[in-house]
Ligand binder design. Structure first.
Ligand code: HEC
Ligand code: HEC
Length: 307
């Protein structure tokens, strides 16, 4: 399997320039809708006991993810999975670790109705937002409606997420020939490509575009109860398969992996190379890979800067 992937990869390399592409500089999110979505994203009104908002588990002022191993939501219920970042999520081909949502709207519908997260239902959401004059007025301006349907609440949140892109990482500038990398950053990128990380982490999100097995070389054991891809597809070969996570802004989103088992990037690299590449890097090479991953940090999304 890996040999085959490697073959495909080498073939595609000979055709394409770089296997990673920069985040587009233009963000065409509708700003009125996105601002409204931002308010909703921060509003605990969207949880049954007014305790939880999207931002409770996706801290957009760090990396858009959760620094806890697993998130806690409604009535302090502990989840069974690490919360990934909402930054650049629009570039993922599917949402959730096991890819069970096809797009951001389907995704947002999940936590809203999840008893362990917001614990709401569409009717209750509608009642709450329609009871507030401020929301009524803002939806009127952004969408031209005088009654707010649940679907538009999700739509506004998705538009906010569409605005959460992080362009202009040093590495993106390098890809556009605007800056040079330091010697060690460049070496880190070369190792990343030559060792094979790039087979799974590529494209605009440096991940987010395929499902891959955690443990292609060595069976990965985790006592985490989260349903893997096999539970969605009912196919045995999808055991321990997950959506490859993005590596953009990765220095900001510890802990790592679906089970949150790696606290540092060094540890994540060690586990990845052991289980998915069957090799061990020298400390010096790990350091260079970390430096390369560091320059994948982009700019703070503009929408977070203005209120
Ligand atoms: C209680 C914590 C919690 C709350 C509240 C929460 N999330 Fe999440 N979010 C998570 C966890 C955990 C996952 C991973 C779940 C999975 O993959 O099955 C996730 C996954 C996501 C993803 C998918 C990212 C990816 O790469 O697959 C997006 C997008 C997202 N959440 C947006 C939202 C939005 C929008 C809200 C508010 C409506 C929200 N979340 C509320 C914890 C939370
Ligand atoms: C065969 C595909 C594959 C290869 C090769 C691979 N990865 Fe991964 N990577 C994954 C998958 C799948 C996950 C998610 C695994 C999980 O959470 O259980 C992941 C997760 C990660 C994470 C954690 C991201 C997060 O948000 O939690 C990092 C960091 C990472 N990989 C870096 C690397 C590096 C560096 C290399 C090369 C040394 C590499 N990967 C090679 C598929 C791969």
């Amino acid at each position: 399997m890996m040999k085959f992937l490697l073959f495909i990869f080498i073939v595609s390399l000979s055709n394409a320039a770089e296997p990673i592409s920069p985040i587009p500089l233009e963000n065409n999110a509708d700003i009125k809708k996105a601002q409204l979505g931002k308010e909703l994203f921060f509003d605990t009104l969207l949880s049954k006991d007014n305790s939880t908002a999207c931002v409770s588990c996706h801290d957009v002022y760090t990396g858009g993810a959760d620094s806890r191993v697993v998130s806690e939501g409604f009535a302090n219920t502990k989840g069974n999975i690490q919360a990934p970042t909402v930054f650049n999520a629009k570039y993922n081909f599917k949402q959730f670790w096991n890819g069970r949502a096809n797009n951001l709207k389907e995704q947002a519908n999940g936590p809203m109705n999840n008893p362990a997260e917001h614990n709401m239902n569409p009717k209750l959401v509608e009642e709450r937002v329609n009871a507030l004059k401020a929301y009524k007025e803002k939806f009127k301006v952004a969408y031209g409606v005088s009654n707010i349907p649940y679907d538009l609440v999700l739509d506004a949140i998705v538009e906010f997420e569409n605005a959460l892109t992080t362009p202009n990482a040093k590495f993106d500038k390098f890809l556009r020939n605007e800056v040079e990398l330091s010697k060690e950053e460049k070496e880190g990128y070369i190792i990343f490509k030559q060792a094979g990380c790039i087979i799974c982490h590529n494209g605009v999100n440096i991940g987010g575009n395929s499902f891959q097995k955690m443990g292609t070389f060595l069976e990965y054991e985790s006592n985490n109860s989260y349903p893997d891809r096999a539970e969605i597809t009912k196919k045995e070969e999808n055991k321990n398969v997950f959506k490859v996570p993005t590596l953009r802004n990765i220095t900001l989103t510890a802990p790592y992996f679906h089970d949150g088992s790696a606290k540092t990037l060094e540890k994540a690299i060690e586990i990845m190379s052991k289980y998915n590449l069957g090799q061990k890097f020298s400390d010096e090479d790990v350091k260079k890979i970390v430096l390369f991953l560091g320059i994948l940090k982009g700019e703070t999304p503009e929408i977070l800067e203005k209120l």
